[in-house]
Design a protein around this ligand. Sequence first.
Ligand code: FES
Ligand code: FES
Length: 165
Amino acid sequence: MKEHDITFTVNGREHELTVESRTLLIHALRENLGYTGPNIGCESDRCGACTITVNNRAVKSCTMFAVQADGASITTIEGVGEDGEYHPLQETLHEEHGLQCGYCTPGMIMTAVDFLEHNPDPNREEIREALKGNLCRCTGYQNIVTAIDSAADKMHGVGQMEGDD
Ligand code: FES
Ligand code: FES
């Protein structure tokens, strides 16, 4: 089996690893490097549990070979918060009860991180459209949509009074 030496950063940290041609990125992240935040559901592009960002775009990491990520900048759920603080999406999913078992949640958040980056003030229909590749068996989606809507407001200071910290 052919092997490749590759390098990429995950959450700002550089990693060098050797992978087989067939190694999926989700397996390299979880098994070679210990990033177990992205989950494995279907391994066939259907559930979105494995979603991460690669060069700031949401990607289902079971649809990509690790060698294709050579040189890339990757973010997983472990890296979305800053300075020990939760990301606004993590806060609002908690506040709005947007999760139950939590298995879909890392992928939902990574999809939403990319989505809000490109559409900072979405309506609920746009949020639902953005989530169409992420399945949740527990929540019925309503509270996830509300949480993303609320995170968009938080990230743009909606509701903050002038002069507030
Ligand atoms: S595990 Fe990747 S889409 Fe389901
Ligand atoms: S919270 Fe259980 S699958 Fe979404």
